[in-house]
Design a binder for this molecule. Sequence first.
Ligand SMILES: [Fe+2]
Ligand SMILES: [Fe+2]
Length: 251
Amino acid sequence: MIHVDPAMTDEEFLRLFEKGIKAQWGTDQIDWGLVEGISDDKKQALGQLITPVYLGEQTAMLGISQVLPMILTGGHAEPALYLSSMGLDEARHFRNLNHLYRVLNVEPLPSRRLPEMWRYHARLLQKHDPVQWVFGILISDLFAKTFYGGFADRFPDTVVGRLSRRTLQDEARHQAFSDRYLNRMLPTMDEDARQELLVLRDDLFRIMERLGERLRGPMETLDWSPESFLSELWDDTERWVKRLGIVPLAQ
Ligand SMILES: [Fe+2]
Ligand SMILES: [Fe+2]
């Protein structure tokens, strides 16, 4: 239940919240005119590759709005405070990509061409447990990070690269939140619930493999491949799983 006057003693979350509010920024801090040097082919490919990220930013907004009441009514005011600032970050990312499509003058893929993203979304929505949610949000943040990192490397001095680098700073804070929250909660969970997290990871990766196949064409236009994307994301996720101490049971 919600407390009228909670003690707010968890310094780690409070520090992260302060960092989150101080690091806010708006669309006016990006030079939207930096589109020279991006060929029309690459713009079209970007339009398609940004689509899952664009939808992912909305999934992130939805995820936070689902998990926030669970955490706040569970009596954990400090992480709930942080999540509120994270919601604003995701809203900004969504807004920025919306603007980027207009600046590049390209269209996102129509949703029927990306059924995997709806499957991904639906898989996350099955969860009613805040830990499962935060773990799903962590994988989604790593997914966004891999895309934004790839865009930043390929288009360093353009609006795409600059926006990606700025967004990655927000995503790093989100990972710091998931790290702290999951580290607190995992020791309180039984083994079955911990293994459930790995089932969620595997389901999401199966969906992402099919998504990668679908995006092979535009990825190749940007000298990228679904294989390298997925192996980078998998290695990143595995580092987190190990760091969090989630050990798969021997089959
Ligand atoms: Fe985001
Ligand atoms: Fe995020």
